[in-house]
Design a protein around this ligand. Structure first.
Ligand code: NAD
Ligand code: MG
Length: 402
């Protein structure tokens, strides 16, 4: 690929998206230079990545993790400088020598550094959808004000970005959907592992069953979100902000094969889609190389082998989380921040076997129904809403039987 060498920070380098990003980068060493990597708990994996990619910095969450990582790196003769704490994440997201930041931390914990990268005018490769669910308006305002280049990595939003008219991509995020000639965004959803499971047995599903996604290999939190379809709900909110689309113009269709990654319906009745193997290296490479293309190692699509593509409407009785996300989006203000925080608490409790799968939407609905004083006018206020909702949802989890 011709073009300047891109200098990259990967926030959340040890996760599923982070590892896939490093995989794409390793295929094109002449195009990319890794400047900084961050991680939280998997320090051995972070040390492996530092040894392989020799970044200038590695950032972890606290001093004790920093000491352990420094020890691992010293033993391998790696000279990466180790930084610690939330400020360190922001520092590596805004380094002057970095032009591209992959935002791949899971949960709202990723928001401050992702927002900092946007404020610093970086090319932001956005996997951390929770940033937009928590602070969509403020984040998009920051992108517009700084001139940051925002490229969606979530496969559905990446598919939509690829399918939108060139005029939208040339002046991204300045145009409304309507101005771009788009009537509707159609997000596809696999339906996850429980699409056809007997409804009565859903209360007893285990974390291991919930994280076993039929098509995609992902981190545990997003895998549970996919099983409850909250992932699609978060993606509806993500699409609202990325594409300046009202809730009514965002539709979800279940497509179990995960071959069509999403579609746009134009005002003239044309429907445009992006297809590919369910492999996150494809949208990641799109973001890294944009506007060019690079090879990814992903399996090529063989439509004859796939044979058929199926579609069905989402079943909101089976997947109440999707309806809750639309409700929070329509309610506006801090409601989506509350939805996101309550979901993070409920999913973490489910993964620790402290909450039944079917009580995830119950915790979220009950938290959303409580009066919350916070608005969406500032990041401080949204973070207060996030903290408040975590407390309320935590108390609800403690009260429910498991
Ligand atoms: P993961 O759990 O595999 O990795 C998460 C990363 O975040 C790890 O590097 C971890 O060290 C770091 N992290 C976790 N908690 C942290 C904290 N409190 N502070 C700082 N760092 C922390 O998750 P993933 O599947 O790679 O997903 C990452 C993000 O990308 C999520 O927002 C997810 O919704 C989104 N996403 C993932 C996929 C996918 O295929 N995995 C697809 C679309 C979008
Ligand atoms: Mg997705």
């Amino acid at each position: 690929m011709a073009g300047p060498v891109r200098r990259i920070t990967i926030l959340g380098a040890t996760g599923s998206i982070g590892s896939n990003t490093l995989d794409v980068i390793a295929r094109h060493p002449e195009c990319y230079e890794v400047v900084a990597l961050t991680g939280s708990s998997q320090l051995d994996k972070l040390a492996d990545a530092c040894e392989r990619h020799r970044p200038r910095y590695a950032a972890v969450l606290d001093e004790s993790a920093a000491e352990r990582l420094s020890g691992l790196l010293r033993a391998r003769g790696v000279e990466t400088e180790v930084l610690a704490g939330g400020d360190a994440l922001i520092r590596v997201a805004t380094l002057p020598e970095v032009d591209t930041v992959m935002a791949a931390i899971v949960g709202s914990a990723g928001m401050p550094a992702t927002l900092a990268a946007a404020c610093a005018g970086k090319r932001v490769l956005l996997a951390n959808k929770e940033t937009l669910v928590l602070a969509g308006q403020l984040f998009m305002d920051a992108v517009r004000a700084s001139g940051a280049e925002l490229l969606p990595i979530d496969s559905e939003h990446n598919a939509i970005f690829q399918s939108l008219p060139a005029a939208f991509r040339e002046q991204p995020y300045a145009m409304s959907l309507q101005d771009a000639g788009i009537a509707k965004i159609i997000l596809t959803a696999s339906g996850g592992p429980f699409r056809q499971r007997d409804l009565a047995s859903l209360a007893a599903v285990t974390p291991e069953e919930a994280v076993r996604h039929p098509n995609w290999s992902m981190g545990r939190k997003i895998s549970v979100d996919s099983a409850s379809m909250m992932n699609k709900g978060l993606e509806v909110i993500e699409a609202r902000w990325l594409f300046n689309a009202p809730a009514d113009a965002i539709e979800v269709v279940v497509h179990p094969q995960s071959v069509i990654h999403s579609m746009v319906e134009c005002v003239d009745g044309s429907v445009l889609a992006q297809l590919g193997s369910p492999d996150m290296r494809i949208p990641i490479a799109y973001g890294l190389a944009y506007p060019l293309r690079v090879a990814t190692g992903a399996k090529r699509l063989n439509l004859a082998e796939i044979g058929r593509l199926d579609f069905e409407a989402p079943d909101l009785q089976r997947f109440p989380c999707l309806a809750l996300a639309y409700e929070a989006l329509r309610a506006g203000g801090a409601a989506t921040a509350v939805l996101n925080a309550a979901n993070e608490v409920a999913v973490a409790a489910f993964l620790e076997s402290r909450l039944r799968f079917t009580d995830i939407p119950r915790v979220i609905a009950e938290t959303l129904a409580l009066p919350c004083d916070c608005d969406a006018a500032s990041i401080e206020s949204l973070l207060l809403a996030d903290a408040w909702a975590r407390e309320q949802a935590g108390a609800l989890v403690d009260r429910l039987p498991c």
